[in-house]
Design a binder for this molecule. Structure first.
Ligand code: RP5
Length: 172
């Protein structure tokens, strides 16, 4: 279908919808898809721009909501209105990823984090799509024991890896 050629589509019901405004965002946003996949959380990704194809964006958000998506992740650069527009369409939590297109991403960060009252967007660091996926997983884990257990294992593994690589006292 036109305008829906994001990253790999899943056959199972998606629980997270990932949007980004341009193909130029793809490599950074793939990190969200990759981490969700590692955490066994199905997602679907779409290149949809809030200013270039607003109607398709509305339709896709509504469809994914009906299909049971629980959290949206939206990445955008420059005047990064995509996450705020997605948040205006849905009652699902929306996580914004500011992308470094100009001004090292500060323009996008401020555009996303400074949403006016009543329509919030949770905002992660510049280009930190993986943290958006982690936050989405944590939101889902509030009501899904299986995802909670996956995250507990992930944290345990993270600690083990850190302690393996960092043995404590540092001598310079
Ligand atoms: C935003 O403008 C996109 O999210 C992208 O980060 C930026 C530049 O888009 P292109 O001009 O590369 O399509 O809408």
């Amino acid at each position: 279908m036109m305008n829906e050629p994001g990253l790999k589509q899943t056959a199972v019901r998606p629980r997270v919808g990932i949007f980004f405004g341009s193909q130029s965002d793809r490599d950074v946003m793939k990190k969200a898809y990759d981490l969700l996949t590692e955490l066994n959380i199905p997602s679907e990704s779409y290149v949809l721009s809030a200013h270039r194809v607003p109607e398709q964006l509305h339709d896709t958000v509504h469809r994914l909501e009906k299909e049971g998506v629980e959290v949206f992740i939206a990445g955008a650069g420059l005047a990064a209105h995509l996450p705020g527009v997605v948040a205006s369409i849905t009652l699902c939590p929306v996580i914004g990823v500011p992308l470094a297109g100009a001004l090292e991403g500060l323009d996008a960060l401020l555009s996303i984090v400074q949403m006016p009252k009543q329509i919030p967007v949770a905002t992660v660091g510049i280009n930190n799509a993986a943290n958006a996926a982690m936050l989405a997983a944590e939101i889902i884990a509030t009501h899904d024991e299986s995802v909670r257990s996956t995250l507990q294992n992930y944290r345990r593994q993270m600690k083990e890896n850190f302690l393996k690589d960092n043995k404590g006292k540092v001598e310079f």
